[in-house]
Design a protein around this ligand. Sequence first.
Ligand code: PAF
Length: 294
Amino acid sequence: MTATATLARTRDELADALARQDARARGERPHRRAVVMTMGALHDGHLSLVRLARELADTVVVTIFVNPLQFGPSEDLARYPRDLEGDLGRLSGAGLLGPADVVFAPTPDVVYPRDPVVRVRAGAVGDVLEGASRPGHLDGVLTVVLKLLHLTRPDVAVFGEKDAQQLAAIRAMVADLDVPVDVVGAPLVREGDGLAMSSRNAYLSADERERALALSRALRAGADAAGRGPEAVRAAARGVLEPAADVDYVALVDPTTFTEVAPDATGPALLLLAARVGATRLIDNTALVLGGAA
Ligand code: PAF
């Protein structure tokens, strides 16, 4: 990795690497730094975020940190895939990072020198859907995102639209707390057969992976029913998903508030799914236009 980008494991190493970026930048105004935050186990979806960051900025910081604060007590923190060497190899193999770029891969004690007393609350958007199924999850996400924004001081931060509710909560935090960063959403990336890319796909057996395709099929069925209204969309998606997976939610929401749309709603909406296939919980979503073309 050192051949392509600087690896920083501590706050001091990160500060030194950023100071070097700042020094490089002095001759080339306007200079923009982008951050891409990840929990590692990088796949092509992550690489597409880095590619977008690369287009939007002069220097890029990729963070790799499995954030304990966003995992519930019964969730998969311990078994969440960790492979720093593999991640560094994937990043350098993709050729997306150069000598001026940084990979920040801290350990939990670097990010949380103490158990944080002050944390970010996601508010109403954090209490529904992902927030209802995973209480405190979005608070933990926002707390680490705010800390990583402070530590990396980016002009632009790129997040995937796959985690649509997370992206909405981050946008709300940045607006409400006047965080000086542009938040950019990057399109969800799918495998050739439609499965949304996710680090958790690694948990799926061959049979489960086949059943997991029901998520993207359910989204397509829902989108195809968009012209017939919200109830038809939900019913079509459930009809495909329920036989294959243990459904957590099928939601059709306003893209900003994440509240369910009214029965007679028309216009833009988000269809969101969460379901367990075997022991693995997967999420997926698509934007659609109710009463119009998908
Ligand atoms: O989307 C993720 O991978 C995580 O929630 C994030 C944004 C890196 C915060 O830990």
